[in-house]
Write a protein that binds this ligand. Sequence first.
Ligand SMILES: Cc1cc2nc3c(=O)[nH]c(=O)nc-3n(C[C@H](O)[C@H](O)[C@H](O)COP(=O)(O)OP(=O)(O)OC[C@H]3O[C@@H](n4cnc5c(N)ncnc54)[C@H](O)[C@@H]3O)c2cc1C
Length: 432
Amino acid sequence: MSQNRTPHVVIVGGGFGGIAAMKALADAPVRVTLIDRHVYNMFQPLMYQVATGGLNAGDVTYFLRSLRAKQRNADFRHGLLVGIDPEHRTAIMSDGENLQYDYLILANGVNTSYFGTPGAYEYAYSMYSRSQALRIRDELFTRLEQAAAKQGPDEIRVVIVGGGATGVEMAGALAELRDQALKDAYPEIDPSKITITLVHRSAELLKPFAPRLRRYAAKMLRKRGVELRLNSGVEEVLQNGVRVASGEFIPAEQVIWATGVAAHKEVSNWGMPQTHGGRIEINDDLRVKGQDRIFAIGDIAAGDDPLPQLAQPAIQGGKHAGEQILRLLHGKPTEAFHYFDKGTMATIGTNAAVAQLRGGITMIGPLAWLVWVVIHIASLLGNGNRVSTLTHFAVRYLWALRKRAIPIVGDVRPVRPNGDREPDPWALQKAE
Ligand SMILES: Cc1cc2nc3c(=O)[nH]c(=O)nc-3n(C[C@H](O)[C@H](O)[C@H](O)COP(=O)(O)OP(=O)(O)OC[C@H]3O[C@@H](n4cnc5c(N)ncnc54)[C@H](O)[C@@H]3O)c2cc1C
């Protein structure tokens, strides 16, 4: 039988959902093509660690092509999906190539939404990709160098917008970075001049968590020197701070946007039905409404009762979509997807985390933190990443080493006039 007669499954997105779908089809009599606009998978739950110098970007990055070594029926295609032609079963790539599919799985995730807040796109740093996480880190260290060289403001005021898990984790990690590493590295800077403020629209942090966990998170952040500005929706982001709904201006050298997600803009050209936040509407078997060969899973998909935009719904959805394709290939009807909620977690920093488990069980403190560490290391792709993340966590968190915790840094802009060589011509070309 020719290779071309083997049913072809195209999966768009090598995130949690796409990889789970690909693995579910490992032993199936199909060809699988995984498409991603990046050549890597980024483990988003630990991205804030990259942004705060706790982990290397490579520790949480996995080369998607290497999945082919583990799965012989899988191929990888680097590129951006820009259109779908369901009638001719064609996935249209931005470079003009058309890929024929028998089944298509949309697992392309979502992106930052600024809710139309003026100035947010221009001035705030969002954290949805590896390059954005690195930009946050490099900008922070540029500000620190400026302050140390007396070449800019002597204060480094970081404002984090959003008190969900990402905002809380970011604030906790920044506080720890300041208290454990920056004091010694930057004796020129008065530590009281490095401030972290978390601005949140509602009265409590971590809305999806139980009240006890929300209170604990707020208490631990305050204890670690994070100022909480609750009931303060950000109305505008300016070059030098944010303006909240009351009209008050909160000054900041760096604003980090840690709230809100929406579909990528190209999704509106795919002709799929979309609902809140641009999510693609699906039936209970995870097929897109009105489509019999197209599935949507993970963050981009929403059924009548939408699931939270977290890793587990994407992983379980990916597995289910793969299994349904197998059923269809065997002439069987599809089955409804049932999400198994294993719980959610967030960490505030060393020895402080909150966990909400199945059956209403909640955990706080060192035990929750230990569970958080184990789960996150185990969930990473690749043994190399697990080992290097464990090593960097040990350097950052272990009591004996904490005093010597050295942040991971990257390139910092020269802060003094003529503080660097003229850039080489090739560097200028590359920057274009
Ligand atoms: C900072 C941060 C922290 C988080 N922390 C947690 C946490 O602690 N716990 C938790 O459960 N969840 C967390 N989440 C949410 C979790 O990461 C997502 O719910 C999960 O990644 C969704 O998986 P997915 O497969 O739907 O999409 P993603 O994992 O986002 O993967 C989508 C993939 O599609 C690719 N892609 C996008 N558009 C296209 C296109 N047009 N063509 C080709 N490829 C495309 C992208 O490059 C990406 O690789 C966090 C998210 C962020 C941003």
